[in-house]
Design a protein around this ligand. Structure first.
Ligand code: UTP
Length: 312
């Protein structure tokens, strides 16, 4: 079945970014000049998604306004002859259908996904976390949708992290599925490597055998961590309903996914591409610097500036 809908949970409080997030949603903080949420919506659209469901909460109306028309601004830009800006502003509102649903209390990521149930209905859907940015071609969620459409099981994005980082993520135990692609495997994740020994040629797939949210230091079942992209069947909603509060007293999507795994199987997809955690200060700074360096107008000044700065 085709994946037409995407749920973007963006109802969290963003406490790691206080005081910036006291009155502004963290997903509106810009990477250069584009709000984080727009990168996420653009990834969904570029992956063939037709309906975007934003899960928001109190004080997060700016997220919905961003994808709405802005008549006064548009009129101002038209009168000033700023046609490029006018086209850009209109395009944000016109390029896809965005529906907003409120999560009435931030009771965890699983609870946020459950809030989207009335808008998703009885069909498979993608989940893209509103503060995770992926620079990937094809887009990360498209890579996962391709695996879902080929294999029919839920798919979660995986990234190999360091041992110390495992306690910040959901971590899986799994066995490589597509190891025999004619390419050598790296020791840690079973990722097929290209001849140069670095970039995976194809997303490496793992049959998930268990998963645990934020394992205590030294107890992680592997170094394969779950990142903010998922393709899920509608059965996940009943699994979330049956999931009691877990780590941090929150209803964890990872716990519901582990139930889904036991009942119907879950595939982990070590996607090809780079991920930035824009909900974390360091990841946010990394994304800003790297995206600015991709912009010819900024790179010409930024590159020598950074070189001088670190040389001091
Ligand atoms: P995070 O834990 O990164 O977001 O959740 P947070 O709670 O806003 O951030 P901090 O830790 O306090 O700084 C991952 C994603 O899930 C959403 C968040 O908005 C974020 O996109 N989320 C989390 C919800 O939508 N609802 C929740 O109850 C919790």
């Amino acid at each position: 079945m085709r994946v037409r809908k995407a749920v973007i949970p963006a109802a969290g409080l963003g406490t790691r970014f206080l005081p910036a997030t006291k009155a502004i949603p963290k997903e509106m903080l810009p990477i250069v000049d584009v709000p984080t949420i727009q990168y996420v919506v653009d990834e969904a659209i570029a992956s063939g998604i037709e309906h975007v469901i934003l899960v928001t909460g109190r004080g997060k109306d700016a997220l919905v306004d961003h994808f709405d028309r802005a008549p006064e601004l548009e009129q101002f830009l038209a009168e000033k002859g700023k046609d490029d800006l006018l086209a850009m502003v209109r395009d944000i509102a016109d390029k896809c259908e965005v529906i907003a649903i409120r999560q009435k209390e931030p009771r965890g990521l699983g609870h946020a996904v459950l809030a989207a149930r009335p808008a998703v209905g009885d069909e498979p859907f993608a989940v893209l976390l509103g503060d995770d940015i992926f620079d990937a071609d094809p887009p990360c969620i498209r890579q996962l949708i391709d695996v879902f459409e080929a294999r029919g099981q839920a798919v979660i994005a995986l990234l190999e992290v360091s041992e110390e980082q495992t306690s910040a993520y959901g971590v899986i135990k799994g066995t490589p599925l597509n190891a025999a692609e004619g390419t050598p495997l790296n020791a840690a994740g079973g990722t097929p490597l290209n001849a140069a020994g670095g970039t995976p040629l194809v997303p490496a797939l793992h049959q998930v055998e268990g998963m645990v949210e934020k394992p205590a230091k030294g107890t992680a079942p592997s170094r394969l961590a779950i990142m903010g992209r998922y393709v899920l069947p509608p059965e996940i909603f009943a699994m979330i309903e049956a999931t009691p509060p877990g780590k941090g007293g929150e209803i964890q999507l990872t716990d519901a996914l582990d139930r889904l795994r036991a009942a119907r199987g879950v595939i982990g997809c070590a996607f090809r591409g780079t991920r930035y955690d824009a909900g974390d200060k360091f990841g946010y700074l990394q994304a800003n610097i790297e995206y600015a360096l991709k912009r010819p107008d900024l790179a010409a000044k930024l590159r020598p500036y950074l070189r001088d700065l670190v040389g001091k």
